[in-house]
Design a protein around this ligand. Structure first.
Ligand code: BG6
Length: 490
């Protein structure tokens, strides 16, 4: 009988993600029987008042999956304890609430830090001081920590030290919600449950890799966080580097947390750190026009809302194969994709009508993480009845044409994994520190030097035009395609 305690429960994350995902797990009969959920935060709700509020928000976020009867069953598991993260008495009251809800059973507990990162330390200290972190026989105590995990390597390290004073590493689950996405886990399946890709998955066949996470949205009302964070901390340090490590890692010998994370750590250790001169050459940063007019953003903000970085992995598999990472807000469309760009054929047999050797686009494997989840192989095909003319054609796999139902939210899988104690899809202390170690020199060089200068781009573009030239100067091109969202066959 697990209890999930959401600390900082009145925030957005709880109503948008955590409660809808837990409700979906209940609906799918995957939530362990007798699970209880306790929300803890300052707003003075009663159990019923919180349930009423969650009814409305959950309806909104789960849409047609909302079922009155199932919701009533689920809501009966939901409780609320008002309290302050800085106050010992509130934690005493939380202990009382836990006793009341758990009715003396020896329940395992998951503490979910959904607070602002400023409160992590106090909250964890108080969990420790009030005895809430102490495991009791078979009943476990686990701590879930949201991003951002620190703002640089030093702060991440000190946060790890602080957490470890109260919780052991095996009890800590650091969330990167990208790892909860089905299509991200499918990269592991694509690579390690098929034998046809592995022989090609290296420097002998791959020219380069592009990882793009483009968002159409702007920063909305998040200026307070975003203006000090920017795209590097918000997307690169976590989501993009996670996608990169999964793409680049060696096959672990078992699908178990430490085996998987050891391989990811090796990739991060192999990424070549950049000098300021290299940062000037191998990164770009830009801001969308209008960003400085967003509410709460300073008028002379230098925060990047778009960036690209060319990273090298110094190991046998990837020597000489650049990984181009790119992300931005206010871009043409929302798409997250990984492009494995293969090399040109070594010799071109076919000539065009002027007897010149045809220059053709090389093969690509495009992994669409979202929103049009699927995988495409691009390959040359003879155009019928046109001599030896060729065209790039596509083998197209789409999840929605092969499988029923909609994609679950990543939080469903992650919450289940925490409850069952599987940390494979969570970042380990060393992993998060290493990821900061890659991003820190870039941020430092951006702060201290004016190279690369902050470019500007119009919302609705694929970033600044500089990005095209930058890629062009490597004799390569971005694959800029917005996904086709119509249902397959529709
Ligand atoms: C979050 C970032 O971690 O990821 C947001 O803070 C970003 O700025 C979001 O919009 C993107 O997540 P997804 O799942 O919509 O790609």
């Amino acid at each position: 009988m697990p209890t999930i305690v959401i600390l900082g429960a009145s925030g957005d994350l709880t109503s948008r993600k955590l409660i809808p995902s837990l409700y979906q797990l209940h609906r799918k009969k995957r939530l362990p029987a007798d699970t209880n959920i306790i929300g803890f935060s300052r707003t003075p709700f009663t159990d019923d008042a919180w349930r009423t509020q969650l009814t409305e928000t959950t309806k909104k976020f789960v849409g047609e999956d909302f079922d009155e009867k199932l919701w009533a069953e689920f809501a009966a598991k939901v409780f609320y304890q008002p309290g302050d993260m800085n106050d010992d008495a509130s934690f005493k009251a939380l202990c009382g609430k836990l006793e009341e809800v758990e009715k003396g059973s020896n329940a395992s507990r998951v503490y979910y830090l959904a607070t602002s990162p400023h409160f992590y330390l106090e909250t964890v200290d108080r969990l420790g001081a009030s005895g809430l972190a102490t495991e009791n026989g078979s009943s476990t105590r686990r701590l879930v920590v949201e991003k951002p995990f620190g703002v640089d390597a030093e702060s991440a390290k000190s946060l790890n030290t602080d957490l470890h004073r109260v919780f052991k590493e095996r009890q800590v689950y650091r969330i990167d919600h990208y790892l909860g996405k089905e299509t991200v886990q499918n990269i592991l399946v694509l690579r390690f449950a098929n034998s046809i890709f592995e022989p090609l998955w290296n420097r002998n066949y791959i020219d380069h890799v592009q990882i793009t996470a483009a968002e159409e949205v702007k920063i909305g009302r998040r200026a307070g966080y975003y203006d000090t964070s920017g795209i590097m901390r918000d997307m690169f340090q976590n989501h993009l580097l996670q996608l990169m490590t999964i793409t680049a890692m060696e096959a672990p010998s078992r699908f178990e947390a430490d085996y998987v994370r050891n391989e990811k750590v090796k990739v991060l250790q192999s990424i070549r750190p950049m000098t300021p001169e290299e940062v000037a050459k191998h990164t770009l940063r830009a801001q969308y026009v209008g960003y400085r007019e967003e509410p709460g953003v300073s008028k002379d903000s230098q925060t990047a809302t778009f960036a690209v970085a060319k990273l090298h992995v110094d190991n046998w598999r990837w020597q000489g194969v650049p990984f181009y990472l790119r992300s931005g807000k206010a871009m043409s469309c929302r798409t997250t994709q990984i492009v494995i760009q293969f090399r040109d054929p070594p010799h071109m047999l076919f000539t065009n009508e002027k007897k010149k050797h045809q220059k053709v686009e090389a093969n690509r494997l495009v992994i669409h993480i979202q929103p049009a989840e699927g995988i495409q192989v691009h390959f040359q095909t003879k155009v019928p009845d046109a001599g030896m003319k060729m065209r790039l054609t596509t083998l197209d796999f789409r999840f929605d044409s092969q499988f029923q139902g909609s994609m679950p939210d990543g939080y469903e899988r992650l919450l289940l994994d925490v409850m069952s104690g599987d940390a494979s899809l969570f970042t380990r202390a060393d992993e998060v520190e290493l990821a900061w170690g890659i991003v820190d020199p870039i941020l430092k060089a951006w702060d201290e030097h004016s190279e690369p200068p902050l470019a500007m781009y119009e919302p609705g573009e694929w970033g600044p035009t500089e990005s095209l030239y930058w890629m062009g100067s490597d004799d390569r091109q971005w694959l800029d395609v917005c996904p086709v969202l119509a249902k397959h066959g529709a």
